[in-house]
Ligand binder design. Structure first.
Ligand code: AMP
Length: 370
């Protein structure tokens, strides 16, 4: 944990209310963590069936373009935060005119756009995948010599879990791939032949203090996170480098809250930042069961101006997402020793939908490979 001198904000204490934009499982787990601290949550979501509604003190069903609903919501809470990065900029501005919005809307707007996100990281001297913006015919032609092939074309905004992405194997596929993404602004990224995907979940408090959870390894299937292994087996150098990257970003954004930094490890042992999430993250779910203070409580603490909690891992952990019908296996999972089952209370178990997760705990230093 690193401490900096700054004027602390007036904390939102027990009995206070946090407004959360977004009502998915992340909002749900934030609300559950807030409850442990005696804090209440009000959830704002356009979806009437939001899983977070089941565990919060108040909820609003309205669109993010509904200025009056947003203003009323802001007035009803002590601080505003969010559980997903695609909060429209206008909504963040309406809210921040009335209440503190954390992480700050400026950081949100930079991270929402893959091109500005990667440019920001690069500007701090942080290594990223090679990239170029494609938003015109001229930039399309200019991108290839910079990035080369194979490459991945991604929409600059609103992509997640591999949606809005096309692999470009040869130069002549690029124009068609951009057509396929409806010629919206895109980023062309060099395809990284990585050895593995790593992430670090980090937090910065209102006083500038930072704290990071252990570096973890993530395994994906069909672009969706399947398993997180905590800790990642990595050298002290790599772990230190990951923490330094996260801290640099947190400070540069003047960030308050939890942030996840997803990275690729290259064959020659370098870390390249792939994506920043301005929120709690799926690769930090293991912290609920393997740390005294989870990423969810950490985020609540940060945005409420509390001291950050201890990020020490008391067990090794393997977190596996339960997708679609897999969540139906809860009776067998619940019977396993040293296993925590998390069910998000979602109705329809569509294929690939994140319905819950399971975290298996192991004594320190003993987690299996998978
Ligand atoms: P993203 O939406 O950027 O997190 O990408 C989703 C997944 O696609 C990543 O977790 C990687 O497995 C893969 N991927 C994304 N970008 C690249 C890249 N530049 N090179 C290789 N694989 C990638």
């Amino acid at each position: 944990m690193r401490t900096m001198d700054a004027e602390p904000m007036r904390p939102v204490g027990p009995g206070g209310t946090i407004g959360i934009l977004g009502g998915g499982q992340l909002g749900r787990m934030l609300a559950m963590a807030a409850a442990r601290l005696g804090l209440k949550c009000a959830i704002y979501s356009p979806e009437p069936e939001s899983p977070a509604f089941q565990v919060c003190d108040a909820h609003v069903v309205a669109n993010y373009s509904d200025t009056r609903a947003l203003e009323k919501f802001a007035r009803s809470v002590d601080v505003v935060t969010y559980e997903f990065e695609n909060v429209p900029g206008d909504a963040a501005n309406v809210l921040s005119a009335l209440k503190s919005v954390q992480p700050n809307p400026k950081a949100l707007s930079i991270i929402q756009d893959r091109f500005s996100e990667k440019s920001f990281a690069r500007g701090l001297g942080i290594a990223t995948t090679p990239f170029a913006l494609i938003d015109s015919q001229a930039s399309l032609e200019a991108a290839l010599p910079v990035v080369g092939v194979p490459a991945v074309l991604k929409t600059s905004r609103l992509g997640y879990d591999g949606k809005g992405q096309q692999i470009v194997r040869t130069a002549d596929q690029l124009a068609g791939a951009w057509d396929g993404l409806k010629r919206v602004p895109c980023i062309l990224e060099g395809f990284v032949d990585f050895t593995r995907e790593l992430s670090v979940v980090a937090a910065r408090g209102a006083d500038g203090q930072t704290a990071c959870y252990d570096l973890v390894e993530n395994r994906h299937e069909n672009h969706i996170l399947r398993t997180t292994l905590a800790p990642a087996k990595a050298s002290a150098r790599l772990k230190t480098e990951a923490v330094q990257i996260a801290e640099k970003l947190l400070d540069a954004f003047d960030y308050v809250g939890v942030m996840a930094v997803e990275m690729f490890e290259t064959r020659d042992g370098r870390l390249l930042v792939n994506e920043i999430a301005p929120r709690v993250h799926n690769s930090g779910h293991w912290t609920i069961d393997a740390c005294a203070v989870s990423q969810f409580e950490q985020h609540i603490r940060a945005v409420c101006g509390w001291p950050l909690g201890d990020t020490t891992r008391h067990s090794d952990a393997m977190m596996t997402n339960l997708l679609g019908e897999e969540a139906g296996s809860w009776p067998a999972l619940a019977a396993e020793p040293a296993t925590a089952v998390h069910h998000y209370g979602k109705g329809e178990a569509r294929a690939g939908r994140k319905m819950g997760h399971v975290t298996r705990l192991y004594p320190l230093g003993t987690r299996p490979e998978e």
